[in-house]
Write a protein that binds this ligand. Structure first.
Ligand SMILES: C[S@@+](CC[C@H](N)C(=O)[O-])C[C@H]1O[C@@H](n2cnc3c(N)ncnc32)[C@H](O)[C@@H]1O
Length: 306
């Protein structure tokens, strides 16, 4: 339903140009591609495996697509190199994919033992191991607080730094153990995994997810052609907050000094209009079938046709 809502929300035109910034296993891309006749789809992913595995799935639908092993934050430049300066729709389905999460070797999950990694792009030098073993306590505490909303950010960060003196913290299980030792019993006895927030924070920091999203929203809005739409599905409140604020700002009229007398038709109009005043969420049926959809929020914006 979320997939359908996002693809329907883009109002795909058969001859349009579309960007899927988060190819993953190609579910959304295949649905967009199926609606194209003379149009073209450009899809991005940081994860080489996603590109390799999605290519045949898309090829079974149509050959009207191009894949980029690139960061969606660079979409304007990458599309420019492909001689595309305006597009009819952009989709971002944020976060890690189910196959990334399910692969224990990638180190995204606190439930499976693996070397601390969490990179979406496996060619990137920075990984969770480097952050956990090299960053100073203040910097660790700041990301646990900001990206994980972890109330015990300070104690966990200090505990990590003191534990490092005995040797590196190598695996997800080592880190879970350090986190457990940093938390009071009353917190450990609560429902939910005690490492959840720290793992979320590390993943966001390793992949610079907030920085990427900020840049992608800015670039995406400038890439949209008149009547072009951008649809963003986010899974955590920090991302959704950034999407909400950016879309709201873009759809507000430009500031004008109220002392300047203007006729009604001279009042400048905003360049964009919100399609979703409130985010679209998965219905209860989908939430039951797919746990990840619980926190999914879809927001859509459109460039006005002037
Ligand atoms: C939730 S999955 C997308 C699932 C996809 N919509 C589907 O239908 O299969 C997110 C994907 O986006 C990729 N990704 C995350 N951040 C990215 C970025 N900044 N640039 C490019 N790809 C990114 C991840 O590697 C992952 O494969």
């Amino acid at each position: 339903m979320m997939l359908k809502a996002a693809v329907d929300g883009l109002q795909v035109k058969p001859d349009g140009i579309y960007v899927d910034g988060t190819l993953g296993r190609g579910g959304h891309s295949a649905a967009i591609l199926a609606k194209l006749t003379t149009g073209r789809l450009y899809a991005f992913d940081l994860d080489e495996t996603a590109l390799v595995e999605s290519r045949p799935r898309l090829a079974a639908v149509s050959d009207r697509f191009t894949l980029f092993h690139a960061n969606f934050k660079d979409m304007r430049d990458v599309m420019g190199q492909a001689d595309v300066t305006a597009v009819d729709g952009i989709l971002l389905d944020l976060g890690v994919s189910s196959p990334q999460c399910a692969d224990p070797a990638r180190g995204f999950s606190y439930r499976a033992e693996a070397r601390l990694d969490m990179r979406m792009d496996q060619s990137q030098p920075l990984d969770a191991y480097a952050i956990v073993n090299q960053w100073p306590a203040e910097r660790l505490a700041a990301i646990f607080r900001e990206y994980g909303e972890e109330p015990f950010a300070g104690p966990i960060a200090r505990h990590i730094v003191s534990r490092r003196q005995q040797g590196p913290i190598v695996t997800t299980a080592d880190l879970v153990e350090v986190i457990r030792q940093s938390l009071p019993d009353r917190v450990l006895s609560r429902k939910g995994h005690p490492a959840k927030q720290v793992f979320q924070a590390l993943r966001i920091a390793v992949n610079d997810e907030m920085g990427n999203l900020g840049q992608a929203l800015e670039q995406g809005l400038t890439l949209l052609a008149p009547s072009g739409r951008m649809a963003v599905i986010s899974f955590q409140s920090l991302e959704d907050g950034m999407v909400k604020a950016t879309f709201r700002k873009a759809s507000q009229p430009p500031y004008i000094d109220r002392h300047i007398p203007l006729r009604q038709d001279e009042i400048p109009q905003p360049d964009f209009r919100l399609i979703t005043a409130k985010p679209i969420m998965a219905d209860s049926h989908e939430q039951e079938a797919n746990h990840r959809s619980h926190s999914a929020r879809l927001r859509i914006i459109e460039r006005r046709d002037v």
